[in-house]
Design a protein around this ligand. Structure first.
Ligand SMILES: [Zn+2]
Ligand SMILES: [Zn+2]
Length: 729
């Protein structure tokens, strides 16, 4: 009888269960425990997995269980609350546990690298203390300094000692210092030196006091402040308190929000180690930042969505800036909401989390209504800035020049004449959204998608913004050989029109075609901030967190795109976009003006927004959701399928529907139905929506249903499930 224990191992595969292995029999370097990596045979390969549980007996026939080859770690990779959050996330999002844990690990660790392979720490040895300090005191000043520092301040990361390379080599040779894995509990490397920030206004003081009063307990604070109201300063002060108490702070920012300016602001403020985690890091950088977060060496961790999965030894506060931002949602593979996981994590740890936004999501505001989250209002702009005046321009009532209405052009001229800057927003890049035949009405289609090709005049190409297909712009209609012309406006055409109408005003265009690399974005912003550029034209890129103090006029060229969408979140997104763009105007001494062009000037959404602001809009939108039974007043999961033939995708979903059997009382299935764009990149897409009024009823249903979907015949179909989907049509 084999007395060895059974390791239940999570392996990076699409299979939803754990794999049983015998604990390695030979005495290895480390003992197996939950949370350590193990090397195991898997098919014909050897792979790295993570021990998620330990059992006395295997769940499958003992004869089929193989032995693990080695235990790779001395300690669990994740602190217990983080590890439990990851296990919870795999269950809640119904994603294979092995893939969830893999998503939380740097590549090097997934491949089996030793934890101390990079960026280990140096610490002073006993002989270093007894002999080294005395021996170096007179004749080796630099070595002595380093020894004294390691004695007084504790181990320092090898990375941080690069300037001391010579001294490190000499001291190591004598055995006065030694390389160790970074300590799991690290005191701040140096006293936290904080540069003085600006004085807080009363609203900021109240917000800070509310956050500080909850340190050490779970609380969700919603910092609801217009652009320029000084939210960041409140975060910085709260973080200062947290690190002064020896804890760490995790700051999540949207993808586009992680700018050099933001990092500079943190570095100028805090003299502590800062770890930055985002998708642009190379494997080594990511490994090293992850380790610094895990060990506690980094007192502040700033990152985009996946940073919420990183272990932090002494996490004391989480900040989610621009909590409404779509980039917090992972849209492929392990589909999760980093904002929601941040709240779950804070709850498990018993610490506060701050969700900041000028335009909080309706879900978040509904939680405020139900007293689950606390609202911290930051209603005033700091300094003397005044809120902008918003006005609708009725496109039906005025002549227009390539999408720019006459009153808009007059206003632009007026603001430019006062030496101010003008921002023109249009969420559509390219020259024109369609190429149109004037004799038969044909529009150049994408061959691979149910969509039209966008005209990119500068490069002479048609491009599909959904699948990336490209072709030359045809000179005649593809159907009748008639004459063709671009119709509608994209940012390139607006730039062209503005250049013609205002030839003296230099223009900067900001969209994905103009800005392909990070550096280009910085230099474009530089041209704006220096005042060289007078006109800014751009897409969503313009709306996020950048300060343009001289912009006094903001024009929203086409609000109508978001007014009539089938997606229940479209109105919310439009209101957020308009509010965020409007927030760029008049931030310094000058009052701003916002013009919203529309063919539907009396649309309830626009009038709510203009007369009552974002909060007024949100109140009525939440009420609409309540009446229609959409989230947060119901819970959704979306089963998606795609295949080379629509019939295969639909057949699969029909099978999934049958597999559900008789539905529980609280569960409704809607569909199968084709996706909003049924064909994309030659794949046909359909979906089945699951709705319930209760989160636990939905979870119970999915727990039983998904294993049955796993068993369906699906040779030609790819499918996925998304919990709390961002878009449902
Ligand atoms: Zn034609
Ligand atoms: Zn396409």
């Amino acid at each position: 009888m084999n007395r060895t224990r059974v390791l239940r191992v999570a392996i990076d595969t699409p299979l939803r269960h754990l794999f049983d292995y015998w604990e390695p029999t030979s005495a290895g370097r480390h003992a197996a425990q939950v949370g350590v990596r193990v090397q195991v045979p898997f098919g014909r390969r050897r792979v790295v997995g993570i021990v998620a549980g330990i059992a006395a007996e295997p769940a499958i026939a003992a004869a089929k269980v193989r032995a693990a080859s080695a235990v790779l770690d001395a300690d669990p990779l994740f602190d217990t609350p983080t590890f439990e959050m990851l296990l919870w996330a795999a269950r809640y999002y119904h994603h294979p546990i092995g893939e969830v844990l893999a998503a939380a690990l740097p590549v090097a660790l997934r491949r089996g690298a030793a934890l101390d392979e990079i960026a280990a720490s140096w610490r002073i040895t006993a002989s270093g203390q007894s002999e080294g300090l005395a021996a170096t005191a007179k004749r080796a000043k630099r070595q002595h300094e380093l020894l004294a520092r390691l004695l007084n301040e504790g181990p320092a990361s090898a990375h941080s000692l690069t300037p001391w390379r010579e001294a490190v080599r000499e001291l190591a040779k004598r055995g006065w210092i030694e390389l160790v894995e970074q300590p799991r509990v690290a005191a701040p490397a140096r006293p936290v030196q904080v540069a003085n920030g600006p004085a807080l206004n009363p609203d900021q003081q109240a917000a800070l006091a509310a956050i500080e009063a909850t340190l050490g307990t779970f609380a969700v604070h919603v910092a609801f402040g217009v652009t320029g109201s000084g939210k960041t300063e409140v975060y910085l002060r709260a973080i200062e308190t947290v690190i002064a108490r020896g804890a760490q702070a995790l700051v999540l920012v949207p993808e586009i929000g992680l700018t050099p300016q933001l990092l500079t602001r943190f570095r100028e403020r805090f003299n502590v180690e800062l770890a930055v985690l985002h998708s642009g890091l190379n494997d080594g950088e990511r490994f090293s930042a992850w380790r610094a977060a895990r060990s506690g060496a980094a007192r502040i961790v700033i990152g985009t969505r996946s940073a919420v999965l990183a272990p932090l030894a002494q996490l004391g506060l989480i900040v989610v800036d621009e909590e409404h931002d779509a980039s917090y949602r992972q849209q492929e593979g392990f589909r999760y909401s980093a904002r929601d996981l941040a709240v779950t994590r804070a709850q498990r740890l018993g610490i506060p989390v701050v969700l900041g936004s000028a335009t909080p999501s309706l879900e978040t505001l509904a939680n405020v209504d139900q007293n689950r989250y606390r609202l911290l209002r930051l209603p005033t702009r700091t300094g003397s800035a005044q809120p902008p005046v918003q006005r609708v321009i009725d496109l039906r009532a005025h002549a227009s020049e390539q999408g720019l209405a006459a009153p808009t052009l007059v206003a632009i001229g007026k603001h430019l004449g006062r030496h101010a800057q003008v921002l023109v927003f249009l969420n559509r890049r390219g020259y024109a959204p369609a190429l149109f035949c004037t004799s038969c009405g044909w529009m150049a289609p994408c061959r691979h998608c149910d969509s039209r090709m966008t005209v990119h005049l500068a490069s002479g190409r048609l491009r599909c913004h959904h699948c990336g297909a490209e072709e030359d712009i045809p000179v005649v209609c593809g159907s009748c050989n008639g004459p063709v012309k671009p119709v509608g406006q994209g940012t390139q055409r607006v730039e062209e029109t503005l250049a013609r109408m205002f030839p003296a005003a230099p223009i900067v265009r900001l969209d994905r075609d103009a800005i392909r690399r990070k550096g280009e974005m910085e230099s474009a912003f530089e041209r704006v901030i220096s005042g060289e550029a007078r006109l800014l034209v751009g897409t969503q890129m313009l709306t996020k967190g950048h300060h343009f103090p001289d912009v006094t006029l903001v024009v929203v060229l086409d609000a109508d795109q978001g007014l009539f969408s089938a997606d229940f979140r479209a109105a919310e997104r439009l209101a957020q976009t308009i509010t965020q763009v409007a927030g760029r105007a008049g931030r310094a001494e000058r009052a701003g003006e916002v013009l919203i062009q529309t063919e539907f000037p009396h649309h309830a959404l626009l009038t709510q927004l203009i007369e009552h602001g974002y909060e007024g809009f949100a109140r009525s939108a939440i009420e609409e959701r309540r009446q229609a039974g959409w989230p947060p007043f119901s819970r959704l999961a979306l089963l998606r399928a795609e295949a080379g033939q629509m019939s295969d995708a639909e057949h699969f979903l029909a099978g999934a529907r049958r597999a559900a059997g008789r539905l529980p009382k609280d569960i409704e299935l809607l569909g199968p139905a084709p996706a909003a764009m049924p064909r994309k990149a030659n794949r046909y897409r359909a979906q089945l929506l699951v709705e319930s009024s209760s989160r636990s009823a939905l979870q119970n249903f999915l727990d039983g249903w998904i294993p049955r979907i796993d068993e369906l015949q699906r040779a030609k179909v790819r499918w996925s499930i998304e919990i709390d989907p961002a878009e449902v049509f």
